[in-house]
Each structure stands twice: as C-alpha cells, then as structure tokens.
Design a protein around this ligand. Sequence first.
Ligand SMILES: NC(=O)c1ccc[n+]([C@@H]2O[C@H](COP(=O)([O-])OP(=O)(O)OC[C@H]3O[C@@H](n4cnc5c(N)ncnc54)[C@H](OP(=O)(O)O)[C@@H]3O)[C@@H](O)[C@H]2O)c1
Length: 277
Amino acid sequence: MLIDGKQIAQTIRSEVSDRVSALRSAGIAPTLAIVVPTDDESSAWYVRSLVRTARKLDIETQLHELNGRADELEELLTKTGSDPSIHGLICQTPLPGNLRLADIGRAIDPRVDIDGANPTSLGEVASGSTTAFPPATAAAVVEILRRTDVPLEGRRVVVIGRSNVVGKPAALLLLNDNATVTVCHSRTVDLPAVAREADVLIAAVGRPHMVTADYVKPGATVIDVGTNPTSDGGLVGDVDIEGVEPVAGAVTPVPGGVGPVTTMVLMRHLVIAAERR
Ligand SMILES: NC(=O)c1ccc[n+]([C@@H]2O[C@H](COP(=O)([O-])OP(=O)(O)OC[C@H]3O[C@@H](n4cnc5c(N)ncnc54)[C@H](OP(=O)(O)O)[C@@H]3O)[C@@H](O)[C@H]2O)c1
C-alpha cells in the first residue's frame, strides 16, 4: 500500500487554514520570514514552493537573501527573529563558507524557530518537552505514522540517518511516543539485518534507492524521507519502491510522501507560534 502524503497534507492544510482565519479575525497577520543565505538552485525552488503555499493559506512571507555574505548571516537571523511582526523564521541550507546550522541556528529566537534549527529546540525535544518546535521533516514522519494509525508504543523502529535535521529528531520524537528506537548510520555493521528488525523503517540517508526489499521485514511500514534529484529534473527517494512495496505493509512514495506533509507541518508550526505570540 502506498501512503498518500498529499492527502495527509490536505487534511492538515484545512486545519491550518481555519487557524489562520481565526488569527486574521483577531487582527493578526501570521508572517513567515525565510532567510536564504546562498543562491543554491534547489533551495530557491523550495523557497518558491513555500511562498506559494503560504500565500494560498493567507500567510504573509518575507524573503531575506544574502547571496553568500556569510558574515551577515548571524546578525540577520538575530534581527529578523526579534522583529515582533514575524512569527516564524527559517534559515535555508546550504550555508555559505564553513558555517554549520547547528552553530548559526543559535541566533534564531526559539519562539520563532519553527523548523527546529536552534540546538536548544533539539534539546527540548530530547527532554520530552513539547514547547519547542522539532524540525518539520522529523515531525512530518511522526505525523504520517499517527494519521495512518501505525502503532508505535513498544514497536521496533529503525531510523537510518542521524542528522540533526531528520534522523536524530525523528528518533527522539518516536522515543517520546514509546517506540523502541535504533538509529543507524554509515558505520552501522550489517545494516540490512538491523533494518529487517523494524516494524517501522525510516530512511533518511540521501542515497537513491539504497533501501531494497532485503532491508524490509514483511508487513513493515516504510517512510522514505530521501529526496535525491535525478538527471531529468525529477526526484527519487532512498527506497527502491518497486522492490519494497510488495514486501512492506505500507510505504511512502517520493515525491508525494513526506515532502508535502513537511510543508504543512511547517505552516502549522508558524500558526502555533503566532497564536502563542
Ligand atoms: N522530504 C523532506 O522534507 C526532506 C527534508 C530534509 C531532508 N530530506 C532528505 O532526506 C535525506 C537525508 O537528509 P539529511 O539532511 O538528514 O542528510 P545528511 O545530513 O547527509 O545525513 C545523512 C545520514 O545518512 C547516513 N548515511 C549516509 N550513507 C549511509 C549508508 N551507506 N548507510 C547508512 N547510513 C548512511 C549518514 O551517516 P553518518 O552520520 O555516519 O555520515 C547520515 O547520518 C536527503 O535525501 C535529504 O534531501 C528531505
């Protein structure tokens, strides 16, 4: 069975839309600021898609483009995040020079950190607090599992990937939901055997079609976070969907799986931040 991420996104979208209307009625214009540090093409594509989605939801957007001026990034994040008319702030990657999001993310006020870039947000998630916003992609993984009624309590979950933006926060959120979580990475020995123990397998690697049927326990739910560009301008996931679908109980496609849900989770985070303000 294919899990329809677009359908899940549509459901979240109507919830977000109602909340935006309530904010507008109260005289509040929910506003998303997007800092774009470089002129990276795939980042620009994602930003355009975010702005379109925000507009359709009656959410205001502000774009701040730096064209690679690394020395201005920290100040821009601090200044924009403290602007009272802003409710959410995201900083696009890649970053210029040797900057790391884990360092520069500290400049984002946690109250507007709707994509969990500040390390304190990850710390809050680790401590089980629900005040901070986890990275939207990690939250989208959990959202898909909840909305498709996949049981998590006591179940074996294997996350392949340990980045701060996807693998680690996804593992922490699933642990908070009482799953038994194993996190794998490039040094994991006999990865297919570890993955085959999973009732729920999350692939967040960035290697096209790496996860084959050999990684999947029959009946398992497989969530494919990977977005790997193809030479013809398309996208493929980390999961070899043709091989995996007959073995898995359910699998998310790429595109049309985690991606659209991530965007809507981000918009929901923005609305929550605006409601709190
Ligand atoms: N759908 C969305 O909304 C969304 C959002 C964000 C990212 N993504 C996609 O998700 C994927 C992962 O993103 P990311 O930012 O987490 O990437 P990342 O920072 O490059 O992390 C990749 C992780 O995969 C592990 N890995 C690499 N090769 C491996 C191998 N052969 N076997 C096992 N593990 C391996 C790495 O292990 P080490 O730590 O040992 O190096 C690392 O932990 C990418 O395709 C990205 O485009 C999608």
